[in-house]
Design a protein around this ligand. Structure first.
Ligand SMILES: NC(=O)c1ccc[n+]([C@@H]2O[C@H](COP(=O)([O-])OP(=O)(O)OC[C@H]3O[C@@H](n4cnc5c(N)ncnc54)[C@H](OP(=O)(O)O)[C@@H]3O)[C@@H](O)[C@H]2O)c1
Length: 246
């Protein structure tokens, strides 16, 4: 990770779960971290739990990844205040467990999942790449995908979430080719966890006996992918808790 010390990482969905763990891991590793979320106050809160030297490397920026205007504002602010983006962690994501694909009036929930998990990730990647290209940086884009981006599993009411993550798998490969065709050394990595203990997983008995990963496990995989030498691209990491069914 030494080559990233003092460089700038944007983490989307920094206010909770996996994103919050990645923010902390990158700050501990010496990176300057821009934590993007709608609930910026939670990113500020997170800093209070960290040692002062890690906390002062974290900056909170309000961003709703379903809004292009909000993405442009946040990336513009990071470029102005922190000098640009070297690493992007596309982590913001939602599932809407309120409906199936066939439930009446489900349109808004389905659109929210696709706008967040797919279009948000694509537009953030574009803005990060433009910053890397402008500064001739061999940066790194990491997509937090899911095991459900590789395999269909009949979780009740997961509706379009699996399709959104299959899209992330295809987008990762598309980005790899677009980055190569641009003649850059920018890397792209997809990290695909099984179930992780975060606020995304509903509370209650349903998952009582289900083995789960912790958010820090995923942050560890991000550090691994970032820490590889410049010629080596970790393309896909699938991580499952021991005993997982999927
Ligand atoms: N938990 C799992 O089992 C699991 C497994 C595989 C993959 N994943 C993936 O891991 C990623 C993180 O999920 P998590 O489990 O850590 O869930 P989480 O605790 O619910 O965190 C979701 C994060 O996404 C952000 N977010 C949601 N909508 C957003 C929007 N419109 N604009 C900006 N940020 C938005 C939230 O921030 P604000 O609400 O503050 O904006 C929050 O920080 C997601 O991509 C998810 O699909 C999770």
């Amino acid at each position: 990770m030494d080559r990233w010390i003092g460089k700038v990482a944007i983490v989307t969905g920094a206010s909770s779960g996996i994103g919050a763990a990645i923010v902390q891991a990158l700050a501990h590793a010496g990176m300057t971290v821009a934590g993007l979320a709608r609930r910026v106050e939670r990113v500020e809160e997170l800093k209070k739990k960290l040692p002062a030297d890690a906390a002062r490397r974290i900056y909170a920026f309000r961003c709703d990844v379903t809004s292009e205007e909000s993405i442009l504002d946040a990336f513009g602010a990071v470029n102005r205040q922190l000098g640009g983006v070297d690493v992007l962690i596309n982590n913001a994501g939602v599932s809407k467990l309120t409906c199936t694909l066939l439930t009446p009036n489900n349109t808004q929930d389905l659109r929210t999942v696709m706008e967040t998990n797919v279009m948000g990730l694509v537009l953030c990647s574009r803005e990060a790449f433009l910053s890397m290209k402008r500064r001739q940086v061999a940066g790194h884009i990491v997509n937090i995908n899911s095991i459900l981006g590789h395999k269909y599993f009949a979780f009740h009411n997961l509706n379009i979430y699996g399709a959104s993550k299959y899209a992330v798998t295809a987008i990762t490969e598309t980005l790899r080719n677009d980055l190569r065709n641009e003649g850059t050394k920018v890397k792209v990595t997809s990290i695909s966890p099984g179930i992780v203990r975060t606020e995304m997983v509903p509370e209650g008995d349903q998952f009582k006996d289900t083995p789960m990963l912790e958010a820090e496990d995923i942050a560890g995989a991000v550090l691994y992918a970032l820490g590889t030498p410049p010629h080596l691209q970790v393309h896909e990491v699938i991580i499952k808790p021991v005993g997982e069914m999927v």
